[in-house]
Write a protein that binds this ligand. Structure first.
Ligand code: FRU
Length: 482
């Protein structure tokens, strides 16, 4: 008998070897973000701290820079900063996952790691089938598929995927992203006492439920957890129309704050809020670590959004993970901050405590280049617009007059068009900006708003300049990150 699993793994490793040099020659390869060794990376999966080690798995197509039958790639870290890449965790080698080991999550139980993922199957007529599959691991490095534990409940179409499992009281619960037979986005809740035997309890939230009307045709990658006394629900809905400055990407990722009513199988919640205002952010997933922190990774990419135009595909790779963010809830809103450990990357600090920005562009020694962090603090609100130009390619603009924050970049499709994303911002108190060779992540006002994007500036362009329409007094600090 042919060992399909072995064959697939070998083929994937061959691909890594074959294109190693091509991938590594790319000056857009990132310095401190997680990337695929070759091919396409998408969602973070199975994020867990297990025996003190952080494990982050990822959706991986090693064979092309398009989507396909996904594997689970595997990274680990002791500090969320330095990562090791491991052997493939899961390959799409079984009848129940032959078209992809799709997204899922991890949980620890009696000293073992359990993974849940969606087995994606297309039958002879290209009809989709969906199976939720259980995997066991004693050590966190070798994995044994236990098979299908959840078949498709009858209320949904086969767009039923991305199980996230947690424990509450005596039971294990699973949320699954779903589409109702009426083609509306839903989230299904299932319950188990042993992780093997699952019962579908019903949809706990969705379009046309509670206060929501139309809200998309599919909800992907659900994640439900308690934080600072609230039940936060993160998901990635598809089919939401752009509305002014909101929902400008093809698909969204955002959250509700609410209360999970386990007894009545309902999640009661407030309004949808986008998690990230930038161009590329999708399918985030969280875990709770032993310091009690709720940590999130997002995919620094978006499905179907001009993926074939990213310049990295010439070098046989595409997409990355965001930096890990610590979440908090304050005043009914999620705050997202880069985890503290990222300060380990800081080198060559420069500090400019008394800067007056004005209409003349100013550059600051030590705040320039490809891989750096800088922080800007304001004691008083500016009266004119503040503009930060990044490598002649992207800019950050805060308009106190319009109370709006903007990120622009030159489109990677034609290299000319200026694209913009915005959010409302009552005041600007501080900014932390992380630049890697081809990414930008902006954390505003201690994590109140975040903008994440791919940027593809010329390698020679290293300058970062600051100006302001009216004199503005600011403090600046910067670090090279490595
Ligand atoms: C989200 C998603 C998931 C699915 C996976 C497939 O980006 O479409 O719903 O499980 O990616 O790679």
């Amino acid at each position: 008998m042919i060992d399909r699993d072995k064959q697939l793994r070998e083929a994937a490793y061959k691909e890594v070897e074959k294109y190693k040099a091509t991938v590594e020659e790319d000056h857009f390869r990132l310095g401190y973000h997680l990337m695929p060794p070759v091919g396409l990376l998408n969602d973070p999966n199975g994020f867990i701290q297990f025996n003190g080690v952080y494990h982050l798995f990822y959706q991986w197509n090693p064979f092309s820079t398009g989507h396909g039958a996904k594997f689970w790639g595997h990274y680990t870290s002791e500090d969320l900063v330095h990562w090791d890449h491991h052997e493939i965790a899961l390959a799409p080698s079984d009848w129940f996952d032959k078209n992809g080991c799709y997204s899922g999550s991890a949980i620890e139980h009696e000293g073992k790691m359990y993974l849940f993922y969606t087995g994606n199957v297309k039958d002879e007529n290209n009809q989709r089938e969906s199976y939720q599959v259980l995997v066991e691991s004693r050590d966190g490095y070798t994995f044994e598929k236990k098979g299908v534990v959840v078949e498709l409940p009858e209320d949904y179409t086969a767009h039923f995927r991305d199980p996230k499992v947690w424990k509450h009281g005596e039971y294990y619960y699973m949320v699954v992203g779903a589409q109702s037979k009426e083609l509306t986005g839903k989230v299904a809740l299932l319950r188990s006492s042993d992780l093997y035997d699952w019962k579908h309890l019903g949809a706990i939230a969705g379009a046309h439920m509670g206060s929501l009307e139309d809200f998309g045709y599919m909800w992907e990658c659900p994640d439900l957890f308690e934080l600072d006394g609230e039940d936060v629900f993160i998901f990635s809905p598809q089919g939401i129309e752009a509305d002014g400055i909101l929902y400008n990407n093809i698909y969204q990722a955002g959250y509700f704050i609410g209360k999970m009513d386990y007894e009545n199988v309902r999640y009661n919640h407030g309004e949808f809020i986008e998690m990230d205002r930038g161009f590329e952010f999708y399918a985030p997933q969280t875990t709770l670590d032993d310091k009690g922190r709720r940590i999130l990774f997002g995919w620094l990419g978006i499905p179907e959004e001009r993926e074939e135009d990213h310049p990295t595909i010439e070098h046989k790779w595409i997409h990355a993970m965001t930096l890990p963010r610590e979440l908090r809830v304050r005043d009914g809103k999620l705050l997202q901050l880069p985890v503290d450990e990222l300060k380990k990357l800081r080198h060559d600090e420069v500090s400019y405590p008394d800067v007056i920005l004005n209409e003349t562009e100013q550059a600051f020694v030590g705040i320039e280049g490809e891989r750096l962090e800088f922080e800007l603090k304001l004691e008083e609100q500016p009266t004119g617009p503040i503009t930060i130009d990044i490598r002649n390619h992207a800019s950050i603009i805060y308009s106190a007059e319009n109370k709006s924050f903007t990120l622009t970049r030159i489109s990677f499709v034609d290299g000319k068009t200026i694209e913009e994303r915005h959010c409302q911002l009552e005041e600007l108190r501080n900014l932390r900006v992380f630049l890697d060779s081809s990414t930008i992540e902006i954390f505003i006002n201690d994590g109140e708003e975040v903008f994440t994007a791919r940027i593809y500036p010329d390698v020679e362009e290293k300058s970062i300049t600051f100006k302001s329409g009216q004199a503005a007094s600011v403090q600046l600090r910067g670090w090279m990150l490595y």
